[in-house]
Design a protein around this ligand. Structure first.
Ligand SMILES: *Cc1c(COP(=O)(O)O)cnc(C)c1O
Length: 742
């Protein structure tokens, strides 16, 4: 898109696939290589219909399904008039989307031009389950950011790493202990294109790591109108150790970590240059990419002949930063020794000595033992910095006041833009279809307009309810199937394999809890008083069931123990065996099923450690209700009536905050039990003669209305345009238009 030579030269893989396909199916080749398909129109089913069984086996990878489809089946579809029409329609929509002459961004912020796009750097991207280079919320946010930027027409490219084995996969042993394993990805079978030059040779950029040259090649994933460039060190001409640098996401020690961050930051800036892309703005999404500021400076020094300190101001004009971590220990910082071994040849290129160089990343100047902080250098060399919710902005200002000793805390230059989710990815088609009926066909292109959502109250209760119930049944069917397979593979007893078919009941109040199993998220809180929890879950008239999912980082023994405790609890008690369920190997697909099907989404972080959280936002678009600690985004989302009760969900744990963690757990668990016993369960089971819970549905509608308009990435991208990318741009959210209609 930015450079026609480059996009031509990456197209061989598409061409090869196109050649293979029968005439009427040829348009599918282009569509398979652009993740646009996964959030629009006919989406998934056009690929799934080719072979539903293979679709699941190939983890929903559209390139692989076309590549390995039975030719007989392809001929059959190629001569099926109905299928041909669907393909033609999707192809036409795709064409129109990709070639739209005017977009929202081109109208309101024409200064961000296609020649000088925003380059968005991140260590992980969650675009789709078939591109497993994400671990959790940070990656999902990055993926959603690119999708909405594409839909709104903000010129953008993404920069990340292409991990040979991605993030680890999770299996649970018969004892409930998490086993980690890895799968090799075959990039040639994925919707990725290797960037090549005019001679068909891969475009390669070099970096230096510990006195060794490392060659990086570049894969391109297309995300609508946004190209995502992913760097890969797995080349024959690299040292075997370096080939594994991009092997795993967050897999290694400090040494691997700094090397990966050099690849991302310095390699990323060099890769863009090699591709002929000159970004107007480098957006560092979290500190991992902060070395890019140094390379931006170095390139400018070469171009202008100026010194580092003379280009500093202009580097700052071109770099912006989003921080995601509310605790000091969560910010990457590298020791002086480690920095020396990676940068001793680099700082002379910046005309700096060791001391000057290390000072760029030091929290306290003049302290030779200060490590090199990635957030520190990002704050020093970026024009703007923001946290990801209002509360997180406050916490960050306090935490980084140390860098601005002359500023009072409220003048520390870190603002906030609250996260959202790409609702077109996360809303179940069954719900989108309902919104299209009641809000208008164009609802999803006007998502930040409150008037769109106000119409939710016109939806008949019955209609919203049966759709919600169907999604819940879908979740239960999916869960049973997945757990049965997992138990078979783990070699469980016949009893447990059979038991999988009995798990969960669509008529029972269903609570979901799924996310990374980090300790601060307190996946164990519901079990704080196991007797009381048991009484709530196994109440004869008004039972409750729980779904858990999530991975603990391979090195996080504590997280694994929490998972195991949940597992044991679910099996110890005969009455819990069908009521407490752990879905293994959490990924974006399982996430969609869960957030679309639950009644209540539970989040219990230790405040203020949840910078934003986004999974609860996904739930809102599907009619589920949040029950959460007032942390991250929920501080802004939650609304209370004059009686102190929630209007659009529930808030756990009064406003009592203590640094005594055990006491805090006790207070919060007590509050959670009380909410369940006195509000949530009674409201859910309060039914009319037809079994419809009108009070509950009123709350669902309120949640859809209030949260839908605020916590979507279209609104978030508009905020980034107005505050960060093109500061001063006046934004009228009612005029926001994303290009999602055919
Ligand atoms: C949305 C999402 C997350 C984020 O979870 P939070 O609870 O918001 O931290 C993590 N993992 C996956 C797979 C997701 O889809």
């Amino acid at each position: 898109m930015q450079n026609s030579i480059v996009s031509q030269s990456a197209s061989t893989a598409v061409e090869q696939l196109r050649e293979k396909l029968p005439y009427t199916l040829k348009p599918l080749a282009n569509i398979a290589y652009n993740y646009w398909w996964c959030w629009t129109g006919d989406r998934i089913s056009i690929f799934r219909n080719i072979d539903p069984e293979a679709w699941d086996r190939l983890e929903h990878n559209p390139v692989a399904i076309l590549k390995y489809a039975d030719p007989n089946r392809l001929s059959q579809l190629a001569s099926d008039p109905t299928y041909i029409k669907r393909v033609a329609k999707v192809a036409q929509q795709f064409d129109r989307y990709m070639n739209e002459p005017q977009t929202w961004a081109s109208r309101v912020a024409p200064q961000i031009s296609r020649d000088r796009p925003v380059a968005y750097f991140c260590a992980e991207f969650g675009i789709h389950e078939s591109l497993p280079i994400y671990s959790g919320g940070l990656g999902i946010l990055a993926g959603d950011h690119l999708k909405s930027a594409s839909d709104l027409g903000v010129p953008m490219v993404g920069v990340g790493l292409m991990y040979r084995q991605g993030y680890f996969r999770q299996r649970l042993s018969v004892n409930g202990w998490q086993e980690d394993y890895y799968i090799d990805h075959i990039f040639e079978d994925m919707p990725l294109q290797l960037m090549t030059d005019d001679n068909g040779e891969p475009i390669v950029v070099d970096i230096e790591l510990r006195q060794r040259r490392v060659h990086l090649q570049i894969w391109r994933a297309q995300v609508g109108r946004v190209n995502l460039y992913l760097l890969d060190t797995d080349r024959d001409d690299n040292d075997p150790i370096d080939r594994w640098l991009t092997g795993h996401l967050y897999g290694g020690n400090q040494d691997t970590r700094i090397a990966q961050e050099v690849v991302l930051g310095i390699g990323g800036v060099r890769a863009l240059k090699a591709l002929g892309i000159t970004p107007a703005i480098h957006h560092l999404n979290e500190g991992h990419a902060a070395f890019s500021t140094l390379e931006v400076a170095r390139q400018e020094m070469i171009a202008t002949g100026k010194s580092f300190y003379d280009v500093e101001a202009s580097v700052r004009e071109r770099c912006v930063f989003t921080t995601h971590t509310p605790v000091p220990a969560g910010h990457d910082a590298f020791s002086g020794d480690l920095m020396e071994s990676y940068f001793s040849n680099y700082w002379p290129q910046l005309g700096l000595d060791q001391e000057q160089f290390m000072a760029l990343g030091a929290r306290r100047l003049g302290d030779p033992w200060e490590p090199f902080g990635m957030t520190v250098i990002a704050l020093r060399l970026c024009r703007t910095a923001n946290g990801v919710s209002k509360l997180h902005g406050e916490v960050s200002r306090k935490m980084w006041n140390i860098l601005y000793p002359d500023s009072p805390v409220d003048k520390v230059p870190i603002g906030h833009i609250t996260n959202g989710v790409h609702a077109r990815t996360w809303t179940a088609p069954l719900m989108s279809d309902l919104y299209a009926q009641y809000f208008g066909e164009d609802w999803s292109s006007r998502m930040a307009d409150p008037q769109v959502w106000a119409k939710v109250h016109e939806i008949p209760d019955e209609e919203l309810w049966w759709r919600h119930q169907l999604l819940k049944e879908r979740l239960i069917a999916y869960t049973r199937n997945k757990i049965r397979q997992a138990r078979e593979e783990a070699g469980e007893d016949h009893y447990w394999i059979e038991n999988a078919n009995q798990l969960l009941d669509p008529n029972v109040l269903t609570i979901g809890f799924a996310r990374r199993f980090s300790t601060y998220k307190r996946g164990y809180l519901l079990m704080h008083d196991t007797e009381r929890a048991l009484r709530i879950l196994t109440n004869m008239e008004r039972p409750v069931q729980l779904l858990f999912a999530g991975k603990a980082h391979p090195a996080d023994e504590q997280g694994k123990r929490i998972l195991q405790r949940l597992f044991e609890w679910s099996r110890q008690h005969p009455h819990l065996q069908s009521r407490v369920v752990i879905v293994p190997d959490y990924d974006m697909y399982t996430a969609r099923k869960l957030i679309q099907g639950v009644d209540v989404w539970l989040n219990t972080p230790r405040r203020p450690l949840e910078a934003s959280g986004t999974s609860g936002q996904k739930v809102c678009f599907n009619g589920g209700l949040n029950c959460s600690i007032l942390d991250g985004w929920w501080c802004e989302g939650y609304q209370e009536g004059p009686d102190g009760k929630g209007l659009n969900g529930w808030a756990i744990g009064e406003d009592a905050h203590t640094s005594d963690q055990d006491l805090q757990d006790k207070i919060d668990a007590e509050s959670l039990y009380k909410l369940l016993e006195e509000e949530i369960v009674p409201l859910y089971y309060d039914r009319d003669a037809n079994g419809i819970p009108h009070g509950w549905i009123r709350m669902m509608k309120k949640s859809i209305e209030t949260n839908g308009q605020a916590f979507n990435t279209d609104r978030m991208i508009a905020d980034y345009v107005a505050k960060v990318y093109a500061p001063g741009t006046a934004i009228d959210l009612t005029q926001l238009r994303s290009s999602v209609l055919a």
